[in-house]
Design a protein. Structure first.
Ligand SMILES: Nc1ncnc2c1ncn2[C@@H]1O[C@H](COP(=O)(O)OP(=O)(O)O)[C@@H](O)[C@H]1O
Ligand SMILES: O=P(O)(O)OC[C@H](O)CO
Length: 514
């Protein structure tokens, strides 16, 4: 009897790691998830332990494989594994020992704000965006690596010795899961490399002019080799866990993976993922489009000749993390799923607007010097109003991104495909549809990020032969949310939001005293 093949996906997100197994129909058959520790050593700083990230992934693989086998399958049926990951988060290690030299600096971390401010004055700063697709800000990996070189002695020493290795989380995981220095597989895919500011967005290779501009000497730091997002050989294989020997054949940054998982293969398709942050990717086709309205240009995926796509991206730094903030810091609710229950205790936000700029505001505003600010509090304000204002903040920022996208692309979107933890809330999705004035389309199976990584891996080994083979995947159980408020009302709400954004600027600026 020929037993069916399955594909595994490692999803290493900002707040948790997961391993999931999918069958050829794209159904998720087993999963294991683990949260890991977040470190916030100073205000605006955010770190993770790179070794803990690897361990959490290994635990998830083993837990999931055990569940899979309990269903009567065998581990040999898992023929390939894909990796998807939080992007920009920066890991540095010594390539001779394979040991991390510092905690990972997470994508949300704003410690390089001062460094970025100075870099903006360096000649040529205005030309970076058109070359790499990203604005100079604390968000991409570049300023995080520069900060480490200036402030972490162990990193600086390794750099001077020429033993420093740099990578985003995908590279680090691939390197460690392959056994570290023994095999020394140090690679990344273009969707991840396009988040560093070191890659040329046209050639998909490292750009010497960009590296020179950042004063990074390539002889002193090894950058991961850029290979396709779906490749049968380049990523090696697992050397630990119950899946020892299984090849890693797909790799995508998590937002690209979600676009793939939502089958956003062709120009004009878009998805919005409401995770820790929130990221809207709009497939613009096989040529990059440089935004004039505060969006990022990113590689959507590189599946080889004719299947290499770019996206315009709107990135929101704080989305699900603002919900976690109400859970952990204010104790308003004991779990994120209660947010909607609390918000539904009231009719509206009671005049409150919460600019959730915990790490400044990303797209389309790019305000580094704002911090979280709640406007409109009175003696009337209740926890429910704050809950509503919190969820509305993500929906308003999505609305602002869609407006920018429409200006850049010249075409309005007519439907938004959604996924990610926060989209479990009907109230949030309804609010989103109300604000943007068109339907929000939520799939039944919401693990689209992992599904995208599995698709990349499965396409490399022939589990699926083409995009056409994937056309029936994850079509069932969709929910469509349609707008229920008037356009005028939506415009009025949005104007108030924009006013609040404007008022939140400059909070970090020094106050002059006589
Ligand atoms: N029912 C819910 N309502 C609102 N937010 C939610 C809900 N469920 C999960 N979340 C939020 O979603 C986030 C987790 O989403 P996920 O897609 O798993 O994130 P990540 O990939 O960034 O780790 C958390 O920050 C959590 O606060
Ligand atoms: O962990 P998420 O889902 O919020 O995604 C993180 C992004 O990749 C950061 O750019």
């Amino acid at each position: 009897m020929i037993r069916p093949s399955f594909v595994g996906a490692i999803d290493q997100g900002t707040t948790s790691s997961r391993f999931l197994v999918f069958n050829q129909k794209g159904d998720m058959v087993a999963t294991h998830q683990l949260e890991f520790q977040q470190h916030y050593p100073h205000s605006g700083w955010h770190e993770q332990d790179p070794e803990e990230l690897v361990r959490s992934v290994e635990i998830c693989v083993n837990g999931c494989v055990e569940e899979f086998e309990n269903q009567g399958h065998t581990r040999e049926q898992i023929v390939a594994v894909g990796i998807t990951n939080q992007r920009e988060t920066t890991v540095v290690w010594d390539k001779t020992t394979g040991k991390a030299l510092h905690n990972a600096i997470v994508w949300t971390d704003a410690r390089s704000q001062e460094l970025v401010r100075k870099l903006k004055h360096r000649i040529g700063s205005g030309e970076l965006n058109s070359r790499c697709g990203l604005p100079l800000s604390t968000y991409p990996s570049a300023s995080k690596l520069l900060w480490l070189l200036e402030n972490a002695p162990a990193v600086k020493e390794a750099y001077e010795r020429g033993t420093l290795a740099f990578g985003t989380v995908d590279s680090w995981l691939v390197y460690k899961l392959n056994g570290g220095p023994a095999r020394n597989i140090h690679v990344t895919d273009p969707s991840n490399a396009s988040r560093t500011m070191f890659m040329n967005i046209e050639t998909l290779e490292y750009d010497d002019d960009l590296l020179d501009w950042f004063r990074i000497d390539r002889n002193k730091v090894t950058l991961p080799k850029i290979v396709r997002s779906s490749d049968p050989q380049a990523y090696g294989s697992l050397t630990t866990t119950h899946l020892k020997g299984v090849r890693i054949t797909g790799c995508l940054g998590d937002q690209s993976a979600a676009l793939v998982g939502q089958k956003g293969f062709s120009a004009g398709l878009a998805k919005n993922t409401y995770g820790t942050g929130c990221f809207l990717l709009y497939n613009v086709g096989s040529k990059p489009v440089i935004s004039k309205h505060g969006l990022l240009t990113t590689v959507a995926f590189d599946f080889g000749e004719g299947k290499r796509m770019y996206a315009l991206e709107g990135s929101i730094a704080t989305a699900g993390s603002s919900v976690m903030f109400l859970v952990n810091n204010f104790g308003f609710i004991d779990s994120p799923s209660k947010l909607s229950v609390l918000a539904e205790e009231v009719e509206d936000s009671g005049g409150c607007t919460f600019v959730t700029a915990f790490s400044g505001l990303f797209a389309p505003y790019w305000i580094d010097d704002a911090r979280g600010t709640i406007f409109g509090i009175t003696a009337y304000t209740k926890r429910g109003h704050i809950a509503r204002a919190t969820l509305e903040a993500t929906c308003f920022q999505t609305q602002a991104i869609l407006k920018a996208m429409e200006k850049d692309s010249g075409k309005p979107l007519t439907e938004l495909r959604v996924d990610g933890g926060m989209c479990a809330s009907d109230l949030i999705m309804q609010t989103q549809s109300d604000f943007i004035g068109f339907p929000v389309n939520r799939p039944g199976m919401r693990e689209t990020t992992a599904l995208g990584a599995a698709m990349a891996a499965g396409l490399a080994v022939g589990v699926w032969k083409s995009f056409e083979d994937l056309k029936d995947v994850n079509n069932e159980g969709r929910t469509i949310f349609r707008p229920q408020i008037s356009e005028k009302e939506a415009r009025k709400k949005f104007a108030r939001w924009e006013k609040a954004v404007d008022m939140s600027r400059g909070w970090l600026n020094e106050v002059e005293v006589q």
